[in-house]
Design a protein around this ligand. Structure first.
Ligand SMILES: [Zn+2]
Ligand SMILES: [Zn+2]
Ligand SMILES: [Zn+2]
Length: 363
């Protein structure tokens, strides 16, 4: 190792601690410590022959190399390089990967995919009590339902704290808190129906999974509520618009017909509407289908007495990593009507995977 140029470290991050890369990552022109030339030969990695050690390092991502370089003075010499210059040459996706890798070791910080840097963790920021992003910029976000807002940072922080297992466990509990509502719809000349909604997050196989469940109980046959009244928003692509499945199909068909004049091949996704219609015709039998555009599986079942409908959705928000690799973007609503249109007619090949993953887990 000693034959590496030990003087070329002017651009190394200073010794005063890991937090220097936080928030002001431009501050990598660190103070040069007097001790910089004392190489710590006790680092275990140095006992590995260089011909094995160096290829390992070369195959790490830049974020991992950076973290490793911060762990000891000796390793900093191994990585004596210009981090500012290296990072400025990264494209946007690799920058996101860099910061996600750095954040994965820091329980008090998360990587913001909008401004491409670290922010301190705000332990009051949970899906049940969402805070505005610190950079005041709009960024990847999913409104699973009113009152529950899941942000990418929630998912990443939960997965990281779950992995670490011994830090900020109160915050982890807050991030994993379920959400539920109950409402009763009453009418002047019709009977009432009730809707109870429950959202449950779970970490399964190191992935952030959410189950949503709507239970609709109708004093009449539940087809009345389903066909004329309910509104179900789950993933951005599959949903029943306000006014039940009949109006939802009608509205989507009219809109897509208009849209086809400028975008030929635009066809509405009416998976959930069709599942409801079939479930009403086959009480006691579960209907299963999957979103063609994001990893979300669906189930609809109507009870045999036909007074209760249960609708379930399972979402897979992915594992730890940068949003370009976890597939986060698939869950984010886009402006305009494009969300509930097909993009080609290819169905997901792993339909049912998320539902089975949920059912296989115990807690
Ligand atoms: Zn930011
Ligand atoms: Zn910041
Ligand atoms: Zn979807």
């Amino acid at each position: 190792m000693g034959n590496r140029d030990e003087t070329n470290d002017a651009n190394n991050v200073n010794d005063n601690g890991k937090d220097d890369i936080v928030d002001d990552n431009a501050n990598t022109n660190g103070n040069k410590s007097n001790d910089d030339h004392e190489i710590n030969n006790k680092v275990a990695l140095f006992n590995i022959p260089p011909e094995i050690f160096l290829p390992i390092i070369d195959n790490l991502g830049l974020g991992d190399q950076f973290i490793l370089s911060q762990t000891s003075r000796a390793l900093r010499h191994v990585f004596s390089r210009d981090w500012v210059q290296e990072m400025s040459q990264l494209g946007f996706k690799d920058s996101l990967r860099f910061w996600a890798a750095v954040a994965s070791r820091k329980p008090d910080h998360w990587a913001c995919s909008h401004c491409c840097r670290l922010h301190p963790v705000d332990t009051s920021d949970t899906p049940n009590t969402p805070r505005d992003p610190p950079c005041f910029a709009e960024y990847g976000m999913e409104d699973v339902s009113k009152g529950y807002t899941l942000q990418e940072s929630h998912v990443q922080n939960a997965l990281k704290l779950h992995r670490l297992g011994n830090q900020h466990q109160d915050y982890l509990a807050g991030l994993m808190r379920p959400y539920s509502t109950f409402s009763k719809r009453e009418f002047m000349f019709e009977n009432a129906f009730t809707e109870s909604y429950t959202l449950n997050p779970r970490i399964i196989d190191n992935r952030f999974i959410i189950q949503e469940e709507w239970i609709i109980q109708d004093e009449d046959e539940v087809d009345r509520a389903l066909s004329q009244h309910v509104k179900i928003y789950a993933c951005p692509h599959v949903g029943v618009f306000d006014g039940g499945y009949l109006r939802s199909i009608d509205w989507k068909m009219q809109a897509s017909e208009l849209l086809r004049r400028i975008r030929p091949g635009a066809f509405e996704i009416t998976i959930l509407e069709s599942m409801m219609r079939l479930a009403v015709k086959g009480p006691g039998y579960s209907m299963y289908d999957s979103c063609p555009r994001c990893p979300t599986d669906y189930e609809v079942v109507v009870s045999e007495d036909q007074h209760t409908a249960t609708i379930r959705a399972w979402h897979d928000f992915g594992g730890e990593g940068a949003p370009v690799d976890t597939g986060w973007d698939a869950h984010v609503r886009s402006p305009g009507p494009d969300d509930w249109m097909y993009r080609g007619f290819a169905m997901r090949e792993d339909g049912g995977r998320v539902r089975r993953l949920w059912l296989s887990s115990t807690s």
